[in-house]
Design a protein around this ligand. Structure first.
Ligand code: DGJ
Length: 731
């Protein structure tokens, strides 16, 4: 059983196959954090090992008098750090009570351990398929003076090195409590021998890895954009200084949330580290009335004792199998073609059918019609909200277009941006107060559009009804759900002044309700998320979307950085990746069609160009890519990924994908910059069966697994942006 309770010593040992997360209830009251890391089998009176106040400065680190032994709150490790009684580090919980005070004393009142994992109310979360897969511990705490209760919830999966955690606050008191900070995950460590690793970016250059040693004080990332954003990703790590792909300790935390978040590490003067993540407390406030409860998002924690590689593979499998859900979870997705970079807004039915026809000849399976099919949208100034077909472009409507596409043997998919509204739209004429705005202030526009106020039930219902009607009246088997701006002037005409700081979070709750309803009503529709590329690439989204457009940057070289950075936290199965035209529309760079194809194959594969513009030679390559995708997609999507060489560290990108049965390995090698007189590069593979013999499909040469892993393959003499794909099969 993954969760052990040592009653004699009041110790909980939450175990996964390789890890232990240990909590102790000190003095029958205070949940202390004791250990998170390598698995520990035996627990005993572990409080002996904790830091004692003796020797510390009593004047400036006040001791709490609530316990039989005095303890200085500032030096201990806590499960739920609160504010007000001497712990001066960042609290994971901060609230204000009816008497105006902001001091909390949340003490243990009981616990429950049970099989399975409950779904969270209002928030998306990971799940179990059978209660025997996991166990959950709920720790119950109460602030006696106010009656506020906290439920700290931990789930350990029996056969995965994953622990998920979230908190619920229940106002069982007699007056409203105002919540200010409600972190989802918080781990206290008794040392600071860590690097902080995060993935920053911007539009078209998402998830660039950055690693810096921890300093004393606060290192944090956040988003206040109303979305997890291109700029920072909610996935963060702490890594031992020696951690590499296969060695060292790495702790990952990822939040199942798509809105404003913060994550970081606070190191105090006693070299202790507090690692945290949750809803961004900046500009957040929540009035919790009597009898109400507040559910924090969930945080997915992974500890790896063998570097970033093991951590990533643990996340990949977990996301594929216990975050993603629905009909498509275990299926290979159709190869798609999207008209955006081929036509932008300038298309009509004939053009779309022509693009589809050529693609169908090549073996492409799904035609996606992107932006511009509705209202009178010929550029990005108008019509968002007016989800009726533009008869000038599509005179016979969507159902007829879908039929024509289906007649080519392809599925039909459609782009939407349901959360948005153009001021030049019929919807805005009817409901000017349906957008996020602050009464009396001007509203800033992003891409010439405003954002619908999804904190309002009727606005969410409008979106659900509109989409349901469109999806119900044409054979649409895929939707691309886009979102192209971040929030500003966050305010709602619906909510009272004292609830305005709830609006950004209520928006997310509304969005999750819409997505859940659409997914439930249309389970046969494959859903791809998008936010100007990968601007909302997070676990909250993957509870609904089967895949996500990784970046608007389709350049094959830039994509090596973007897809490598993304791979630290997310599997290839969810990364939309397309071959586009050259010179590339974002960077102006020209790369070989093979390079573009091999980079895209390591994601959810597709095309984003008019194939009729290609030469015969290039079309022959497209056919090969499609055949390779059909054959190898299961290895890319369900196999284990190894980052053999990272573009963040050198001139080569090498990704290796190994099928779970180790029968097939696909190695993709890319050179970023050609070099005169280069030396050999030695590429040592990983994850193979060392006793087996593998045959290189291109050359027929045989290699043993151990030679491939311990001696490696040698390569030399590449040019700019060159590439190679190596398919190794067990003899
Ligand atoms: C941004 C997306 O990332 C693009 O792929 C495309 O769908 C445009 N929006 C359409 O406006």
């Amino acid at each position: 059983m993954p969760i052990l309770y040592d009653k004699e010593h009041a110790i909980f040992n939450i175990q996964t196959p390789d890890t232990s997360y240990i909590i102790g209830i000190y003095d029958g009251k205070l949940p202390l954090h004791i250990h998170y890391g390598k698995r520990i089998e035996q627990t005993y009176d572990m409080f002996d090992m904790l830091d004692k106040p003796a020797g510390k400065n009593y004047s400036f680190d006040p001791v709490c008098m609530d316990f039989s032994e005095k303890i200085a709150r500032n030096v201990h490790l806590f499960e739920l750090p609160t504010y007000g009684d001497g712990d001066y580090r960042m609290p994971a919980f901060h609230a204000q009570y009816a008497d105006g005070s902001t001091v909390s004393k949340l003490y243990y009142t009981g616990h429950k351990i049970y099989d399975g994992k409950p779904a969270l109310s209002d928030m998306p979360s990971s799940y179990v398929e059978d209660d025997s897969e996991a166990q959950t511990l709920e720790l119950y705490l109460e602030d006696e003076l106010s009656g506020l209760q906290a439920v700290l919830c931990y789930t350990a999966y029996g056969d995965r090195n994953v622990i998920v955690r979230s908190n619920r606050y229940v106002n069982a008191g007699k007056a409203t409590v105002t919540l200010y900070n409600v972190d989802s995950g918080c781990i206290d460590f008794d040392h600071n021998d860590f690097d902080f690793v995060h993935f920053y970016g911007a539009w078209a250059r998402e998830r660039m890895m950055e690693r810096t040693p921890l300093l004393h004080g606060l290192q944090a990332i956040d988003s206040a954009r109303g979305s997890s954003s291109h700029y920072q990703n909610p996935f963060v790590c702490l890594a031992s200084h020696d951690a590499g792909e296969d060695m060292g300790e790495v702790y990952g935390m990822n939040l199942v949330y798509s809105g404003n978040f913060h994550a970081g590490a606070y190191v105090d003067s006693f070299h202790k580290t507090r690692f945290f993540t949750g809803i961004n407390p900046f500009d957040f406030q929540w009035k919790l009335d009597c009898g109400e409860s507040f559910q924090t998002p969930e945080c997915v924690m992974v500890y790896s004792d063998r570097g970033f590689g093991k951590m990533s593979r643990t996340y990949h499998e977990f996301i594929r199998e216990r975050i993603c859900r629905g009909k498509f979870r275990d299926q290979e997705r159709p190869i798609l073609i999207n008209n955006w970079e081929a036509t932008y807004f300038d298309f009509n039915e004939d053009r779309i059918v022509a693009i589809a026809k050529k693609a169908a000849e090549m073996g492409v399976e799904l035609m996606v019609l992107d932006d511009g099919w509705f209202g009178h949208r010929n550029d990005d100034h108008t019509s968002l909200g007016d989800w009726f077909v533009d008869k000038n472009k599509l005179p016979d409507g969507l159902a007829s277009l879908a039929k024509k596409i289906n007649a080519l043997g392809m599925k039909f998919g459609l782009w939407f941006e349901p959360e948005m509204i153009s001021t030049e739209s019929e919807l805005y004429g009817k409901h000017p107060d349906w957008c996020l705005h602050v009464q009396g202030r001007s509203s800033s526009e992003g891409r010439n559009q405003l954002i619908l106020d999804l904190s309002r039930t009727e606005v969410c219902d409008y979106i659900i009804d509109t989409l349901s009607e469109i999806l119900g009246n044409a054979n649409i088997e895929y939707i691309k759900w886009d979102m192209n701006r971040n929030m500003s002037e966050i305010g709602s005409a619906y909510w009272s002044p004292d609830r305005q700081r709830e609006v950004a979070h209520r928006y997310m709750m509304g969005l999750y309700r819409i997505l859940g309803t659409i997914k439930e009503r249309f389970p046969h529709v494959l859903m791809e998320g998008c936010s100007g590329g990968g601007g909302r690439f997070d676990l909250g989204m993957f509870c609904f979307f089967d895949q996500f457009w990784t970046s608007d940057d389709t350049d094959a070289v830039e994509r090596q950085y973007i897809q490598t950075g993304t791979s630290y936290g997310y599997p290839a199965m969810v990364m939309g990746a397309h071959v586009s035209a050259c010179p590339n529309h974002q960077t102006g760079r020209t790369t070989d069609i093979k390079t573009r194809g091999y980079v895209a194959l390591a994601g959810q594969f597709g095309y984003e160009l008019d194939l009729s513009t290609l030469t015969e030679e290039e079309l022959a390559e497209v056919k090969k890519q499609i055949a390779l995708c059909k054959e190898l997609a299961p290895v890319f999507h369900k196999g284990d990924m190894y980052r053999i060489k990272s573009p963040f560290e050198g001139n080569l990108t090498v990704w290796e994908f190994v099928s779970k049965d180790k029968k097939t390995a696909v190695v993709e090698i890319f050179v970023i910059k050609g070099m005169a007189n280069p030396s050999y590069e030695c590429i040592r593979l990983k994850g193979l069966d060392s006793a087996a013999v593998y045959v290189d499909r291109n050359t027929g040469k045989k290699y043993s697994g151990e030679v491939l892993m311990h001696m490696g393959i040698k390569r030399e003499g590449w040019k700019d942006y060159s590439h190679e794909i190596l398919i190794l099969e067990k003899a």
